[in-house]
Ligand binder design. Structure first.
Ligand SMILES: *[C@@H]1O[C@H](CO)[C@@H](O)[C@H](O)[C@H]1NC(C)=O
Ligand SMILES: *[C@@H]1O[C@H](CO)[C@@H](O)[C@H](O)[C@H]1NC(C)=O
Ligand SMILES: *[C@@H]1O[C@H](CO)[C@@H](O)[C@H](O)[C@H]1NC(C)=O
Length: 432
């Protein structure tokens, strides 16, 4: 490619051409007016038509182009019949000449030009910036000049503006909480909030799954609001983006005991249960009636006490197992929960009950439904009454089994006896 020397004839020609094009743009005005001036009243329409046919024509409109920021854009201008005329690309908004004929005029290093057969003229914009968005004109230096425009749309995927977006938050229960999320992008992103786990949100009286907009304002926060929230921004330009913000709700410990009175007999193993809620996480323990802390050492086998605590979010389920109850084990037990905001406790009374002498047995007619639950039915024999043993009170095996059998047999004979009695009574009444 030859380089242009300043003051060379080619350079002068170039300047001349530039001035011409610029004047065309500035003085351009309404093309129809000019067309009107140009019309020779003596020329007949056939002449006009053949003149028109010989002039440059745009083969197609300049397509609008949409590109994501950072990508490359290509604007195409196809002109038939260009002959000796020249094509220029102009940025309409800024009235900047980008290229004339085979030369790039703009200083912008991201702009290049390519052409084909003196017919197709391509303007390339590399690594598109937001300021490249706008109208681009393809001009032909006819008199009057002819032109077409195409729009370059530069879209920007959404991004979260961290400076203006809430970060993890800790609030006291019953106070207000406001989470804010700001997003940038083009077109302007749509912003919404939802819980990360997808659960519904009690939002100021309504139950909703998500909240439209940048602001999540919860009045009178409850512990149920605790969790991770996602601010999601989208504008149709992939990828959508989200930011995770956790909301922690502080409250003093709360305690519930479903069974405040527990019965046990000497030698039995029993369980005491206590449920607490607290945030920050509480320290939980059991004490005896006298207030001595119960320490369970699970490394010792056959240990008297075993304290188990299972956490689930701000919930704690406490279980105290007491093995082989002895007389001094009866009395009250206390479960205690403490955190920085407070402390609470609750009592469970462990009462002694008599050692059950025999297990409870329910006798029943043979029943198809029962067979599904208890295959041992088959062992009892056809026609015999089936038995269901509720051996919730474990005793010695052998005595249990024999007792159970005896009990059910008693039941069966008792039934036979009462049936016979009934028959006899009926015979006495109606037999006369
Ligand atoms: C380009 O977009 C403009 C509006 O932005 C519209 O008027 C014009 O028809 C579009 N041109 C083409 C070729 O789609
Ligand atoms: C909480 O928000 C409600 C409604 O927006 C307002 O009336 C109330 O004063 C706020 N409470 C506090 C403690 O800011
Ligand atoms: C009790 O019965 C079970 C099975 O029925 C058996 O494995 C166990 O050894 C028995 N225990 C005693 C003390 O007989």
């Amino acid at each position: 490619m030859e380089t242009l020397q300043v003051n060379s004839p080619a350079w002068n020609l170039m300047i001349c051409f530039c001035l011409f094009i610029t004047s065309v743009i500035i003085v351009g005005g309404n093309p129809q007016q000019q067309t009107g001036k140009e019309v020779d009243p003596n020329a007949n329409s056939v002449n006009q038509f053949s003149h028109e046919m010989s002039m440059p024509r745009f083969a197609e409109p300049i397509p609008n182009v949409t590109v994501s920021i950072g990508r490359d854009a290509l604007l195409a201008c196809v002109v038939d019949n260009l002959r000796g005329f020249k094509v220029a690309w102009v940025r309409v908004d800024t009235q900047t000449i980008l290229s004339i004929h085979h030369n790039v005029i703009t200083q912008n290093p991201r702009v290049t030009l390519s052409y084909n057969d003196h017919r197709s003229w391509y303007l390339h914009i590399r690594d598109v910036h937001e300021e490249d968005r706008g109208w681009y004109m393809c001009q032909v230096n006819t008199d009057p000049m002819r032109s077409r425009q195409g729009y370059l749309q530069v879209v920007v995927p959404p991004s979260i503006i961290d400076k203006e977006t809430s970060t993890d938050m800790v609030v006291r229960e019953a106070s207000n909480a406001t989470l804010i999320c700001k997003a940038a992008g083009y077109p302007e992103p749509y912003v919404m909030w939802r819980r990360e786990d997808g659960d519904d949100i009690n939002y100021n009286g309504d139950t909703v799954n998500f909240i439209d907009g940048e602001v999540l304002h919860i009045t009178r926060v409850s512990r149920l609001h605790m969790g991770a929230y996602l601010c999601i921004a989208s504008n149709g330009v992939p990828p959508s983006i989200s930011k995770r913000v956790t909301l922690k709700v502080q409250f003093p410990p709360m305690l519930t005991i479903s069974n405040q009175l527990v019965g046990g007999y000497i030698g039995q193993d029993i369980k005491l249960e206590c449920h607490t809620e607290a945030f920050p996480t509480s320290i939980n323990f059991w004490t005896t009636e006298k207030g001595d802390m119960i320490v369970s050492d699970m490394t010792v086998s056959g240990e008297k006490y075993e304290a188990i605590s299972t956490d689930s979010g701000y919930n704690k389920y406490m279980i105290l197992k007491i093995r082989k109850l002895s007389p001094q084990d009866f009395g009250s037990y206390k479960c205690v929960a403490k955190n920085s905001l407070g402390e609470t406790d609750g009592f469970i009374k462990l009462d002694q009950i008599a050692v059950p002498s025999r297990p409870m047995v329910i006798t029943d007619e043979p029943d198809d439904d029962l067979k599904d639950y208890d295959d041992s039915d088959n062992d009892v024999g056809n026609g015999g009454p089936s038995e269901t043993v509720f051996n919730s009170l474990p005793t010695d095996n052998s005595s249990l089994n024999s007792d159970a059998v005896r009990w059910s047999r008693d039941g069966f004979f008792g039934w036979i006896t009462s049936a016979g009695f009934c028959w006899m009574a009926t015979a006495l009444i109606f037999g006369r």
